[in-house]
Design a binder for this molecule. Structure first.
Ligand SMILES: C[S@@+](CC[C@H](N)C(=O)[O-])C[C@H]1O[C@@H](n2cnc3c(N)ncnc32)[C@H](O)[C@@H]1O
Length: 358
């Protein structure tokens, strides 16, 4: 089967898939950390940007806040805790939509949201048919199954998964079909002989679908990845698929093929492909920057000096800032893309420190 089909079954099979069998997979007791696991700070800073977006839309009485890859609703809860405390007018306008593939995670959302559950306008595996406001997706696109290709002497081939004894292995498949070569052409990628790479048509389709449904407002994607010239280069000549179990990545080639359903599988996001998909649907690219600068623009550094009188809580917040901002933490690996429809070209708070991409 194609690499994407294998990953789709391993992650999302309704009974045996990795994400189907637990309400939450990240955090200390899980397999990987996201910015949401670091604590409420990420949601608090995001709330600053969302409140500004609401003001830029002329303070509508109803603002659709769509979170995709919402899991059990922790980020939405952190955002709503912050808007209730600091942006009361905006808070009153929020109509929350949670989009999450895992039924187990969706079932836990009402509990996680607590008092905010009354704001929940919809929860399901698919995006609302249309929305006006803002969509946030933290680490969605890296979780969408990519296809894989390799450049050989006779041209590009798709990579496929097959059995060798009782082990799954990845091998060369037939010549790559036109949709894969067309994608690489679109993003300007030129693979050299021997290079293997991922092509995430699912991510491109997802972004285009979200863009079409946005009638007015913003899309915010946070994920790790690179622009195409770097992603499709000698530095990633073996591709970027990785698996995570108990916070460790299997370093063996093809480690992600082992024990499907028991470990997370991800691939770096092609930021160029995402940007072009949104722009083809008529969206304006408003920001493309490191998470570090995104969060600094939203006042992350000002929070360092906050003192609540609770020394442990204050120390935890400073450590969270370090993880979210400093090189080696999530701030340098994670990038933020912001798109707008019918909002002009506003200079967003999140870009106050410039659009730095490392
Ligand atoms: C890496 S986790 C990120 C969870 C959360 N956003 C966070 O940052 O902690 C990816 C999540 O995306 C969900 N997911 C995968 N494909 C999806 C899709 N097409 N629509 C909505 N959610 C999806 C998975 O079930 C999983 O909960």
């Amino acid at each position: 089967m194609r690499v994407a089909e294998f990953i789709d079954l391993a992650l999302y099979h309704p009974e045996l898939g990795y994400y189907a069998t637990a309400p939450q997979r990240s955090g200390r007791g899980g397999d990987f950390f996201t910015s949401v696991d670091v604590g409420p700070l990420f949601g608090q800073l995001l709330a600053v940007q969302l409140a500004e977006m609401w003001r830029l839309l002329d303070r509508p009485a109803a603002f659709d806040l769509v979170e995709a890859a919402a899991g059990n609703g922790r980020l939405a809860r952190d955002v709503l805790d912050a808007t209730r405390a600091n942006h009361a007018d905006f808070h009153a306008a929020v109509r929350l939509h949670l989009v999450e593939a895992s039924a187990r995670a969706r079932a836990a959302q009402a509990d996680t949201l607590g008092p905010h559950a009354t704001r929940l306008a919809s929860s399901g595996p698919d995006l609302p048919a249309s929305f006006a406001g803002a969509l946030v997706a933290n680490e969605l696109l890296d979780a969408l199954p990519p296809r894989a290709v390799v450049m050989r002497e006779d041209g590009l081939h798709e990579r496929v998964v097959t059995l060798s004894g009782d082990a799954f292995v990845e091998v060369d498949g037939p010549p790559a079909p036109p949709e894969l070569t067309a994608y690489l052409d679109r993003v300007g990628a030129r693979l050299e002989r021997g290079w293997r790479a991922e092509v995430n048509l699912a991510a491109e389709r997802w972004v285009a679908g979200a863009a079409r449904r946005l009638t007015r407002g913003f899309l915010i994607f946070v994920d790790y990845g690179h622009e195409a010239p770097r992603l499709y280069s000698a530095s990633h000549a073996a591709g970027t698929i990785a698996s995570f179990s108990r916070h460790a990545s299997d370093p063996a080639p093809g480690g992600w093929l082992k024990a499907p359903g028991t470990q997370d599988i991800t691939a770096h996001v092609d930021l160029t492909g995402v940007r072009l998909a949104a722009e083809r649907e008529g969206l304006e690219t408003l920001a493309l920057l490191d998470q570090t600068y995104f969060l600094l623009g939203l006042g992350a550094a000002d929070r360092l000096g906050d003192r609540t009188g609770d020394e442990v809580a204050d120390l935890k917040r400073r450590l969270a800032l370090k993880t979210l901002l400093l090189p080696g933490g999530l701030g340098s690996t994670h990038k933020v893309l912001v798109f707008g429809r019918a909002v002009g070209r506003p200079r967003l708070k999140a870009t106050s420190f410039g659009q730095r991409l490392t």
